[in-house]
Structures are given as C-alpha cells and as structure tokens.
Write a protein that binds this ligand. Structure first.
Ligand SMILES: Nc1ncnc2c1ncn2[C@@H]1O[C@H](COP(=O)(O)OP(=O)(O)OP(=O)(O)O)[C@@H](O)[C@H]1O
Length: 438
C-alpha cells in the first residue's frame, strides 16, 4: 500500500512524505496533475491519494473527477490552505474521502491515513480467518470478554496499533445479547468535525445544501446493537461533546428533524492513545473518558506475548500459502529466533505482512531470516524495558524465562535487555531460581 502525495511545493511535498514514512507508509511523489495521472494509472486498489487543493495545472478536484471516470476508487484526501467548508464539502460530495487543512497535517495526517487504510483492510478482509490465541495474556482477555459481553457496560479496549483490538470488539458483540443486531464500526480518525454530526446522527432531506434524501447515521444503523468507536482518541472535542450528550441522555436528533430519536446502542471504543494523558492535556473530555471506560480491556503488544508469536506466524504462513499458491513448510531456526526477538512495533498486523512477504520470497521450503526482511533499525534493544508497573515487568520476565526454557541469555535477548540487568531483576523479584536449567 502506498500514499501518492501530489503537491507542487517540493519542500512541502518532502515534508509530508517524511511524516508518512515515519508513520510506516510508502510514498510516491508528484508535483502536477499530469504526472499524477500517469503514476496513478499504475496505482493499486489499496493505495491512497493525498492532493493539494490547487496545483499548477488545475485543481485536485479535476484529478478526482478523472479518477472516478477512469474507475479509480482509491481514497482521496484533499489538502488545503483554505479550510473553507464549501470547498471541503464540494470535494466530499464528489467522492473524496476527507480533507485536511495544512495546519493540521503534522498531527492529523498519519492518523487519518491509518484509518482510511483500515477501512480498506476491512473491506478487503470481511471474511478473514482468525487464529485463536492461546497465550496467557489472551486467556485473561478472553475471560474479561466473556464477563463483560452480556452486560450493557461500555468497554474501552486499549492497545498499540495492530494488536487486534477490533477483533476483540467483534467478540464482545458476538457474545452479547445483541449479537443478532448490527455491529457498526466507526473510524473516528477519518471523521471530519464538519461532517461528524450528520455521520453519527443522520439528516433529513433538505436539512442542508446537498442533503437530497433522508440519511440514517451510525446510531440509527446500529440501533439495538453495538457501535464501535475505533481510534476514539482522534475524536475532535466538538464531536466528543456531541457524543457525550447522546450517550448520557440516550437521545439524539438527526439534522433537520423535529424530534429526538432514542440512542439504543452499546458502545465499545478502542484507542492506541494514552487517553488519560489526552485528558490531562485537555484534548479529550474527562466526562466522556469515564463514560467510555466503564470496563477496560488492555491488549498487550505482541512482543509481550512471546508464546503467541510462533503459532500466529504458522497460522499466517498457512493462509499465505493458500493465497499465494505456495507450499512453504515452516521456519528455520534463525528465522524463529528472529521472529521471537524482533520488537514488532506494528504488532499482529506487521507479523502478518512480514510472513506474507517471506512466503513469497522463500526459495526453499523453509523460511529463512533473510526472507522475513525484518528491519535491522528496529533492533530489540531500541525498545526500552522501562516498564512502570512492576507486576507487569515480573510477568514479562516470567514469560521470557518460560519461552527460553530457563536460559538466561536467551531470556535477556527476548526481553531486549542485558544479562546483568536481567540478573538484577531476577534478584529483585525473587525469581533467581525460577526455571533454573538442570
Ligand atoms: N488472532 C488473529 N488472527 C488472525 N489475524 C489477526 C489476529 N489478530 C489480529 N489479526 C490481524 O491483524 C490486523 C490488525 O488487527 P486489528 O485491526 O483488529 O487491530 P487493531 O488493534 O484494531 O489495529 P489499529 O490500532 O490499527 O486499529 C488485521 O489484519 C487482523 O486481521
């Protein structure tokens, strides 16, 4: 997946591409509409286009029109210095996915691209097979899901990108009493504040220019079921206030309607943001935070779930074998070691991608370390072991020791710390003789 950045100012173009690269996205640059058209002719379905509103040879809306007439349905983001609502609305009426004022690019672009990418992933993988993880941390998550699912409590799922939060939300819905009603995911990161009210609450015909017919919002679509706020940390303050009222009063009014409707939904939200920090920094409303976190499920990063890595890798190898029509049998020893020691900043999503590439690359029937193309820059050591919570730290050490069959050297490597630090920690937690090798 690539992001096409079409911006005539080369310095700004480079700046935007660097932001995207840091966010983990590949980029392709163009400075004019004419060049963009040539490049986009070869674009993949899951690519994303980001274009400046005004370009030397026309407006980006012309490019969008060209794409639509040429059957190109990639998400299209308009970047503008001129954040007038009418321009944004015009481009969105035509089918652009969103617009972003340049002053917000630094903070909002990467989350926006990420959510659009997720929508595409979701469309592509509506029927993706899911592996039932057996690791200890996951057993605890399953227990919490089982307990909370039948209640009406709002659930907040916390975890880094790609840890599988959305699947957990789906499990909560599937195990609830509402499972025969809809599960409606909302990508909060891709909602512009201007359009959020209509998106959540819907509108009546004629409520504003362009409202040609009545439209149901997410609350109505999810009626009786679960509304899933994905990337909830990206909600604008304005939208947060609007949602808080609807959730608290269990009522909302579609734009242009004369009467309120009942908000009969169960809320599940997910975020990779530290919401408490966002609350302290006044970026997230404290009252909404408490509404959302009636029950919290925390999903640990993949690097802390060592026992799940190889089984998941095997599962993704099998699915990649089917998709790519290959017959790769497994991983050699150095590949296994690399999988276990790599820090997986992109978590399960990244593991899945790396295995897919490896299955494609493998020359013989076993995947080697080189096939995995793990980025050397992301060495395990770059991940600090500075865990605030000693309980979690102890757990992690125990898991690493178990995984390493008691071998201190391997355990230290798995944890990304030096052997002396590990010995000190073992002393501190009274684990000196735990899993001692005979
Ligand atoms: N147990 C699993 N079995 C198979 N695939 C999984 C599993 N867990 C996660 N994945 C895959 O990893 C990717 C990320 O999962 P998901 O979208 O649920 O994560 P997320 O935490 O919601 O991500 P984000 O924070 O980016 O929104 C998806 O492609 C998903 O199919």
């Amino acid at each position: 997946m690539k992001v096409y950045v079409i911006e005539d100012n080369p310095v700004y173009n480079d700046y935007v591409c660097n932001l995207l690269k840091k966010g983990g996205f590949d980029t392709v640059q163009a400075y004019r509409i004419s060049t963009a058209k040539k490049l986009l002719a070869k674009a993949d379905e899951d690519d994303i286009v980001l274009a400046d509103l005004r370009l030397p040879d026309g407006e980006s809306i012309d490019l969008l029109r060209w794409m639509l007439t040429n059957g190109k349905r990639q998400p299209f983001i308009v970047m503008t210095d001129y954040a007038e609502v009418h321009t944004a609305v015009e481009s969105m009426k035509l089918g652009s996915s969103d617009y972003i004022p340049k002053r917000l690019v630094e903070d909002k672009l990467v989350p926006l691209v990420r959510s659009l990418h997720k929508v595409q992933e979701r469309k592509k993988h509506t029927q993706i097979p899911i592996f039932t993880r057996q690791g200890e941390a996951y057993q605890e998550i399953k227990r919490r899901v089982r307990l909370v699912a039948p209640t009406r409590l709002s659930v907040l799922i916390l975890g880094e990108n790609g840890t599988g939060k959305e699947h957990i939300a789906q499990h909560i819905h599937a195990q609830s009493k509402l499972s025969d009603k809809p599960f409606v995911p909302v990508d909060c990161g891709s909602l512009s504040p201007t359009l959020a009210q209509s998106a959540f609450f819907g509108h009546r015909k004629g409520a504003f220019t362009g409202a040609d017919s009545d439209k149901a919002g997410y609350f109505e679509e999810a009626d009786g079921g679960t509304l899933f706020f994905d990337e909830a940390g990206n909600l604008s303050l304005e939208t947060q206030q609007m949602l808080l009222r609807a959730i608290q009063e269990r009522r909302y009014r579609p734009i242009g309607a004369k009467e309120d409707k009942t908000a009969n939904v169960r809320i599940v939200a997910a975020t990779n943001e530290d919401l408490q920090k966002a609350v302290n920094e006044k970026r997230f409303r404290e009252d909404l935070f408490y509404r959302l976190k009636e029950y919290v499920i925390t999903v640990p990063p993949l690097r802390d779930c060592q026992e799940d890595i190889l089984p998941l890798a095997d599962f993704f190898r099998e699915t990649a074998n089917k998709e790519l029509e290959r017959n790769i049998k497994g991983f050699n020893a150095s590949a296994c070691n690399a999988l276990l020691t790599y820090p997986w900043p992109g978590n399960v999503r990244e593991l899945k991608q790396k295995i897919q590439i490896a299955v494609l690359h493998a020359v013989h029937d076993m995947i080697t370390e080189a096939d995995l193309e793990l980025d050397a820059e992301e060495s395990p050591v770059s991940f600090s072991f500075a865990l605030k919570d000693t309980g979690v730290e102890k757990e992690r050490i125990l898991r690493a020791l178990k995984q390493a069959n008691g071998n201190r050297k391997v355990a230290a490597e798995l944890l990304g710390i030096g052997r002396t630090t590990l010995y000190n920690k073992l002393d501190e937690y009274g684990l000196k003789y735990k899993f001692e090798q005979s």
